[in-house]
Write a protein that binds this ligand. Sequence first.
Ligand code: SAH
Length: 229
Amino acid sequence: MAFKAKILTIFPEIFPGFLGYSLTGKALNEGIWQLETVNIRDYAFDKHGSVDDTPCGGGAGMIMRPDVLGEAIEHNYNGGKIIYMSPKGKPLTQQKVHELSREDNLTIICGRFEGIDERVIEEYNIEEISIGDYILTGGEQAAMIMLDAIVRLLPNVLGNSASTENESFEGDLLEYPQYTRPTEWKGRKVPDVLMSGHHENVAKWQREQALQITKERRPDLLEKILDSK
Ligand code: SAH
């Protein structure tokens, strides 16, 4: 069964956007995954398509109404997890991406304005996922990033499926530096060991580099490994 993503948004025209290109676009054309958008405004109760209202208790901005969003969910849900892209959510990690890539159906709610009414999250047992500690203008961008990461893990999407194995976050370390030809450029040479044809030495060098880079840039990742052992 193909992986299916249903997106609830007030800007359906944003999709597929960059997901229509390259590996994710090819996979979409081949039917390896399916994308459906639902315009939340189609479920509004007035002719203006109002989906938001002012926050109870005061404060800046607008909140997406639970009744309109609820209608959109109930008319379109057909199984699987419901996810709300949210800065308050669980951080999206590569591990989480793997988990989500094993689902058949995801319904993804994209917030706008100051977000959505909390009762919707409770009523439909929605999982909140954040793509990072910063605030975007909308959940569409976050949903597309999450889907990009998921789709590239689906079977038959990456030509050489071994190519994910050594990537950053796949093991416990960041990726080692990579080079291609020309072997010398602006006086900078590709490290000799990589041109030696000695596979063991290459692997050893790559492991050392990965460790060094992780130590320098993401000591938190190393601490996590030590904690888990
Ligand atoms: N007032 C909210 C932010 C609203 S931003 C707060 O302080 O938590 C508007 C919408 O953008 C949100 O509803 C959410 O869907 C999306 N969004 C913003 N930042 C995000 C992030 N880091 N990860 C996932 N979605 C995000």
